[in-house]
Design a protein around this ligand. Structure first.
Ligand SMILES: Cc1cc2nc3c(=O)[nH]c(=O)nc-3n(C[C@H](O)[C@H](O)[C@H](O)COP(=O)(O)OP(=O)(O)OC[C@H]3O[C@@H](n4cnc5c(N)ncnc54)[C@H](O)[C@@H]3O)c2cc1C
Length: 418
């Protein structure tokens, strides 16, 4: 069986490594001509790290990523609402990692080339469409996006489409879906070399749903040198409307559009306006997702990662769920003689779980405690217990972990999150 993977992002490359480990040959087709270290910070939750460890990637991750030790929520005055340990510190057998997306992609890419060989990844191959070749195989048509020229057709026994939020394969099956849905929030994302803050490995969020600041260190190298390479996201909410232009992870942001709103956010423990000013680069990105769809399985073709379940970057699930998809689809391809059956089983297992996360994220996921604090105590508080009952805070955190497949006992006892 020869599998074609469309897209060499986090989901596609992880799938290639998982298939290779299972002894299933595959080829990856990636649209861009060169994989550059693009993006800023992302998080890998313990269930995803567990799958990456199975693929032998833990040493590489420890080299580049920060082991997140705690997650904190603050109000807009920097007063603590909720603090919880994360990863190993929370009793999981696997760490939670915060890492630069581009460096993670490089690690995966390097490992694919080492294990599967250079020829396994064809860059500059943008999938246009596909059809049946007549002999039960799938005929794939590609173009070189730079030149617009058609490339030779390729044949595959089955196709895994990991081609991101603008998935061509998804659009071929859901032609009326259109652009992703914007909820009115704009995220300005940046990375700043700074002094460490809080535990030095803390991920925190401050504010509420209309104005929020998310921050965490993402470089193990800086951490080892007593410094912080700090990823941050400043978020403001506007009146939602249709997106004027297609969102782009690499669109530069302008300080004047958001810094004034954060000027007063100088907490005792971190000067946020300074962190923003010192950034090496700033990108602007709208908070978008898509509605869950009826199926990801179309015969011997299946969607995976953001192509299947694009979601808001809340609760650190985007990359992690793509990695869980990769583990699940590989296991089922080993179990079923016909990939069409494997894809039906994969769809049945993964789609309900990830659809629940997409919808929970629309309701702010675990971050809803910040809005509760804002609604109940907009002028701040001396003690959070006067504002929100501890039991309520515990219940919200626990509920989201269950939805995200992060129940600690289940995970540690060996039942994979997939
Ligand atoms: C350039 C870039 C920067 C990003 N930066 C961040 C970030 O800073 N923070 C964050 O939380 N998330 C970021 N993301 C999204 C994040 O990587 C995903 O949400 C998550 O990792 C799931 O990965 P994925 O493989 O499903 O999708 P992606 O990582 O988006 O990968 C999809 C891949 O498919 C390729 N592709 C698209 N269409 C085709 C086609 N027709 N034919 C062949 N290949 C195709 C794309 O070039 C891309 O490499 C970024 C994505 C990209 C592409």
């Amino acid at each position: 069986m020869e599998i074609s993977i469309i897209g060499g992002g986090i989901g596609g490359l992880t799938t290639a490594l998982a298939l290779h480990r299972a002894g299933i040959p595959c080829t990856i087709y990636e649209s861009v001509g060169e994989l550059r270290e693009l993006g800023v910070g992302i998080n890998l939750l313990p269930h995803a790290v567990r799958e990456l460890e199975t693929l032998g990637l833990l040493p590489g991750l420890l080299e580049i990523a920060v082991e997140t030790s705690e997650l904190c929520y603050f109000n807009k005055f920097g007063q603590l609402i909720w603090r919880e340990p994360r990863g190993i510190a929370a009793g999981y057998q696997w760490p939670q990692f915060s890492v630069h997306r581009g460096r993670l992609q490089s690690l995966l890419h390097r490992t694919v080339v080492e294990r599967l060989g250079e020829d396994s990844l064809l860059l500059g191959h943008h999938l246009q469409d596909y059809d049946s070749s007549g002999d039960g195989r799938i005929r794939l048509r590609f173009i070189d996006r730079k030149s617009g020229e058609s490339l030779p057709e390729r044949l595959a026994d089955c196709v895994i489409a990991a081609d991101g939020i603008h998935s061509r394969v998804r659009a071929l099956h859901y032609p009326d879906e259109g652009m992703p849905i914007w909820n009115g929030a704009i995220l300005w994302r940046g990375v700043t070399e700074s002094e460490p803050f809080l535990s030095g490995r803390t991920m925190f969020m401050a504010g509420h749903q209309d104005q929020k600041f998310v921050c965490y260190p993402i470089s193990a190298e800086h951490h080892r040198q007593g410094k912080s390479y700090t990823n941050w996201i400043a978020e403001l909410r506007f009146e939602p409307r249709a997106l004027a232009s297609r969102e782009d992870w690499n669109r530069p942001g302008v300080l004047a559009d958001f810094l004034p709103r954060f000027e007063s956010w100088q907490f005792d423990w971190l000067d946020i306006p300074r962190l923003i000013r010192d950034a090496s680069a700033i990108y602007e990105f709208p908070m978008v997702d898509r509605d869950p769809v009826a199926t990801w399985a179309f015969g011997r073709v299946a969607l995976l990662g953001d192509a299947a379940h694009p979601m808001y970057p809340i609760g650190s699930n985007g990359a992690s769920q793509g990695i869980l998809d990769a583990a699940c689809i590989t296991r089922l391809l080993q179990q079923h003689a016909d990939s069409a059956d494997a894809f039906i089983a994969y769809d049945a297992e993964r789609r309900p779980k990830t659809s629940a996360i997409v919808l929970a994220n629309r309701n702010n996921g675990p971050e809803q405690v910040m809005q509760m604090a804002e609604d109940r105590a907009p002028g701040g508080f001396d003690n959070i217990d006067d504002v929100i009952d501890q039991a309520e805070l515990v219940a919200i955190a626990r509920r989201y972990k269950q939805i995200a497949g992060l129940d600690r006992t289940t995970l540690n006892q060996g039942d994979s999150g997939t």
